[in-house]
Design a protein around this ligand. Structure first.
Ligand code: SF4
Length: 354
């Protein structure tokens, strides 16, 4: 069976070429061709001699996620449905989004197929966990979308790990992919341009705090007290707000590093002025900003917040000196909420398209 190379670090590629009797610099060349030049075909890796490339083609393989469908939005973003697995793992479908903006593109990627966390406002939750992605399947989403949009790339690339799955429940593969994304000789993204979003897995947050190389951290908060959060995010019963916010307070933020708290505003559920005041109290003394994400009405039984409640929520937080931004999710016309595309494609599409 050929050895899968996508997802291997520089060190692992050096070890692999050593098994072929090659010197370490061949590993560095392979690393450069794969991650900096995004070459998935050994024949196209012209920085290495033809004989070595032929040997690689016999002994190894590179299996990027395959684009199964594209869903372009009127706002310029494109949602992609990827097929993964086959010979190298259980087949599954995952999704990613490419969002172009002036000066930059943001790529939202998945870390698991499906998800076990069961947030009640999320359609991915209804898939359950299908499987963890490998490091190659995670980093491959970024490489494929950069290649796919090669002609229109802006100078800066942001990556957000906010697609299907809870990244901290697939910790090792996620961090292996992040290290490749942040490797100056690999994809070479800046740590502040890669954001890992978690539902609040406290041991994972603590572990991330001990990493030398790590992405920015976003916490999906979505509630102003435990009762409300238990109802929306059952993971809160395991890691309640006290424990979650303690983990944030103890996190060794670096100079100029800060948390992002994401707060999906659900009309009539968590969007009152009292909620805003409680959120401000909860995150006082944590260096953070808040992203308010007005709910995008769709297939779940929640309604959008009113423009007045959105504005009041933001104003109250800003008065408490919490930098607060309103983010409208992009690609709404092509099923923007996480997990919706995968549900559209499953043979038994659950509630998503009822
Ligand atoms: S919001 Fe994220 S963590 Fe929660 S169920 Fe959906 S994919 Fe999983």
């Amino acid at each position: 069976m050929p050895v899968e190379l996508l997802g291997k670090s520089a060190e692992e590629l050096r070890e692999f070429v050593a098994t072929l009797g090659e010197r370490p610099f061949r590993g560095a060349q392979l690393h450069h061709a794969l991650y900096a030049e995004r070459r998935f075909d050994f024949a196209a890796m012209t920085n290495m001699p033809a004989a070595f490339r032929e040997r690689l083609a016999r002994e190894a393989c590179i299996t990027p996620p395959r684009i199964a469908r594209r869903f372009p939005s009127v706002d310029g973003s494109i949602r992609y449905l990827f097929s993964i697995g086959g010979e190298q793992g259980k087949p599954a479908q995952i999704e990613a989004v490419f969002m172009p903006r002036e000066g930059r593109q943001t790529i939202c990627i998945s870390t698991q197929a499906g998800c076990a966390v069961d947030c009640h406002f999320c359609l991915t939750a209804q898939l359950g966990l299908i499987r963890n992605l490998t490091a190659g399947e995670i980093v491959g989403q970024v490489l494929v979308l950069l290649e796919e949009n090669r002609g229109q790339l802006e100078p800066q690339t942001n990556v957000v790990l906010m697609g299907q799955g809870e990244p901290l429940l697939n910790y090792d593969a996620t961090m292996a992919a992040v290290r490749i994304l942040l490797d100056p000789k690999g994809v070479a993204l800046a740590p502040r341009h890669v954001t890992l979003s978690t539902s609040g897995i406290v041991p994972g947050i603590e572990r991330l705090g001990r990493e030398k190389i790590r992405p920015s951290l976003a916490i999906s908060l979505n509630a102003s007290n435990d009762e409300q959060r238990n109802a929306l995010m059952p993971i809160n019963r395991k890691y309640p707000l006290d424990a979650l916010l303690d983990a944030c307070r103890n996190y060794p933020l670096r100079p100029r590093e800060y948390f992002t708290f994401e707060y999906v505003l659900l009309g009539g559920v968590n969007d009152t002025p009292e909620d805003a005041r409680r959120v401000a109290r909860l995150i006082a003394h944590i260096r953070a900003k808040v992203n308010l994400i007005p709910w995008n009405p769709g297939n779940l039984p929640y309604r959008a917040p009113t423009p007045e409640s959105i504005e009041a929520f933001q104003r109250i937080l800003m008065e408490k000196k919490v930098p607060t931004f309103i983010r409208y999710s992009r690609g709404q016309d092509v099923f923007a909420a996480c997990g919706q595309l995968a549900l559209m494609e499953t043979p038994n599409p659950l509630v998503a398209i009822q």
